[in-house]
Ligand binder design. Sequence first.
Ligand SMILES: Nc1ncnc2c1ncn2[C@@H]1O[C@H](COP(=O)(O)OP(=O)(O)OP(=O)(O)O)[C@@H](O)[C@H]1O
Ligand SMILES: [Mg+2]
Length: 315
Amino acid sequence: MTVHPPRVITATGLTKSYGRHRALSGVDLDVRQGEIFGFLGPNGAGKTTTIRIMLDLIRRDEGELSVLGHDPRTDGVHIRRDIGYLPGELAMSSRRPARELLTYLGNLRGGVSRGRIDELARRLGLDLARPIRGLSKGNKQKVGLVQAFMHEPRLLVLDEPTSGLDPLLQQEFLAMVREARDEGRTVFMSSHVLSEVQDVADRAAIIRRGRIVAVEDMDALRERSSRKITLRFTEPVSGDQFAAAENVREVAVEGDTLHCVVDGSPDALVKLAAQHTVLTLTSEEPDLEELFFIHYNGGGADAGAEGEADRDAAA
Ligand SMILES: Nc1ncnc2c1ncn2[C@@H]1O[C@H](COP(=O)(O)OP(=O)(O)OP(=O)(O)O)[C@@H](O)[C@H]1O
Ligand SMILES: [Mg+2]
């Protein structure tokens, strides 16, 4: 018998309208303790709205919701104490240095050691002595991340955490997320970027037009997902041998350059390519639209048509 870990977030049928505009049309979520849960979706899909409802910063119209065992509507204060929250749109204009703000926030949460703030700032390359209002977007984002992580909350809710961070810092951030998970914390993070979610998440939900259209185990998705790969060799190659390789399709050769699509493991392609001298290799990840194709019929041209996906998901 499998024992399921306790649920940290459960949502059933969440709806939310802003005036006449419907932002959420029945969102269901189920996040387990100790997992990194990605929340993927295009602009305007409803990610921030869902997150704000979890934190009781705005109220749902309908549906059931439990976060850390409480309903945010009645126990918002309680819940927020145990959550590290990074808002999607950080508005910080204080003249005070970052260290002062962080210490103040730490005290509100029952005290955070100076060493902990220093360590997080060092990892993210944040200068704590500078006034917040003069910081660049990326540096403000770092202040937001330090305050989300510093009190070692049971649940981290991070809305677009890597926006504004350069690639090295994105990696550092992802390492922090994995460490939090390894310590038993739960991480719920929204993103547009499939690759970072694929790298770090255990599971992910895809939201589109206010509905969850898929919940995926990342290992399964990694195995199935397709990539466009381009290889440039020192000499012209023949496409035929590559077209016959396992998991390889849509092979096109222009002189010394080969384009193809690989579904799942590129092992066979790499081994064939190794028989030649490779000058460059580029791999493009599928964007979210292509991911919908993967879901709705393994690549059909109309699989991503608007409305179609929503209907399938509702069925
Ligand atoms: N305060 C608001 N008033 C009116 N409409 C809003 C408000 N906030 C969000 N919306 C609308 O609700 C929908 C969902 O917005 P939301 O911010 O939740 O999307 P998102 O998935 O976070 O998008 P993004 O990736 O751009 O951050 C959008 O159509 C948006 O225009
Ligand atoms: Mg948002």
